[in-house]
Design a protein around this ligand. Structure first.
Ligand SMILES: [Fe+2]
Length: 425
């Protein structure tokens, strides 16, 4: 035991009790000195451990807190060097991660990295069993610890104590204290301090590992999310490609509507954006717009490109195209109800549309948007049976039917786009 030096109450007692038997006085003096030192030691221990525990508990900077703890306790037990080794028993390696050295004592940490645990079998065996490795005199280590003796001697260590650090039941490292200048061993009082320290270090390592695990987890999750987002984007691109290909099929058969679907899609998307609809709705509107007339592949091309008025039978054939489009698209998995939008793009708010004669709120908002965009684009462009009527005539038409056929909000957004925001087909 190596308590602090300094004056003690013993001197005073010696003088005061002059008449007493000198042996008795010596004993009294010794007991008083011991008691005083013991109290002082306890106070020092409490102060140091409170400080160490406080830092390791609260300090987010694990390295800083650990270095401070090693210094604090190293000074307290008068070690020449104190250190933490982290052991990765599964991988069979260990490393000196933190170290404190008393003034004039050489540091060892740099050369004690990535060491195989098998080089100190006796030492590791004790630690794994939860035992303290206490070597009061390195030279006296027996042959069962021959490897350890040679290594410690090579580092000029004269006495050493190492305590296992456990996280739950797993050995994760050890804290060690060397003496290189004296052979002063570590006694029972120091041992109890060190045991407390190793427990504090254990919980602190556990917390640090937990924090790291959380960070790693967060990083992995971020990677996974990025991958999912990438996959979705690729799917979206391939879906767009498919839709464009389908759209071209219709347009090659019907040159007059060539580009019609694309322009309807652009206008419909702009209207949906102007109405501040959610992004996925905007996306659905655009996709449906691009293929809204897909059902026209069932209509003979002479009817589609016929100049002049259609007969009743011909018109019936034309009216079937939303339903045919729905049948083509219904089994394709779109993120939005594209098939339903296509089915409803000729429905009108007042029930005057086809094929089902749906009214108002029974018509999907996406279909109400495509309907307005479809009418505006069709009137503004050239048709086999008439010349282009122009944008103004088209806007007048939807405004005229703003409160009957068309959704007033959609009409207002469309008019706003052309007249206030400079939108062009
Ligand atoms: Fe149509």
């Amino acid at each position: 035991m190596r308590f602090g030096e300094g004056s003690s109450g013993g001197e005073y007692l010696k003088h005061a009790e002059g008449a007493m038997d000198s042996d008795h006085v010596d004993q009294l003096v010794k007991r008083t000195d011991d008691a005083e030192r013991s109290v002082r030691w306890r106070m020092e221990v409490e102060r140091a451990l409170a400080k160490v525990a406080g830092h390791l508990d609260l300090d987010a900077d694990f390295d800083r807190a650990m270095n401070m703890a090693l210094q604090e306790v190293g000074v307290l037990v008068r070690a020449d060097r104190s250190y933490l080794f982290i052991v990765r028993d599964g991988a069979g390696v260990m490393a000196n991660t933190h170290e404190w050295c008393a003034p004039g004592v050489s540091a060892q940490k740099e050369q004690l990295q990535d060491l195989p645990v098998s080089m100190v079998p006796w030492w590791m065996d004790k630690l794994r069993k939860g035992e303290v490795v206490n070597v009061p005199d390195v030279l006296k280590l027996g042959d069962e610890a021959k490897a350890e003796r040679e290594i410690l001697q090579a580092q000029e260590i004269r006495s050493v104590i190492a305590l296992p650090v456990f996280v739950f039941d797993k050995l994760v490292g050890f804290v060690g204290f060397d003496n290189v200048r004296t052979t002063a061993a570590f006694g029972a009082d120091e041992l109890s301090v060190l045991q407390l320290l190793s427990k504090i270090v254990g919980s602190s390592v556990a917390r640090r590992d937990y924090r790291c695990a959380l960070l790693v987890d967060a990083a992995r999750r971020h990677e996974a999310e990025k991958e999912v987002a990438g996959t979705l984007e690729r799917l979206r691109r391939s879906l767009r490609g498919t839709i464009d290909a389908i759209a071209r099929v219709v347009e090659t058969r019907d040159p007059y509507t060539a580009g019609h679907q694309r322009r309807v899609a652009n206008l419909a998307r702009a209207i949906a954006q102007d109405l501040w609809l959610p992004e996925e709705v905007v996306d659905g509107v655009r996709m449906a717009g691009v293929i809204h007339d897909i059902g026209k592949i069932s209509v003979p091309s002479e009817i589609l490109s016929k100049p002049g008025r259609l007969t009743a039978v011909e018109f019936e054939l034309i009216k079937a195209h939303p339903g045919v489009g729905y049948e083509i698209l219904k089994d394709i998995e779109f993120p939005r109800p594209v098939a339903d939008i296509v089915m409803q793009h000729h429905e009108r708010m007042d029930g005057s549309g086809y094929p089902a004669g749906l009214q108002g709120g029974n018509i999907l908002v996406e279909a109400r948007i495509v309907a307005v965009a479809d009418v505006v684009e069709a009137m503004a462009s050239h048709r086999p049976y008439r010349a282009a009527l122009g944008e103004n005539a088209a806007l007048d038409e939807i405004e005229r039917h703003r409160d009957s056929r068309y959704d007033p909000d959609v009409v207002d957004a469309c008019v706003r786009l052309f007249r206030a925001k400079g939108f062009r087909l």
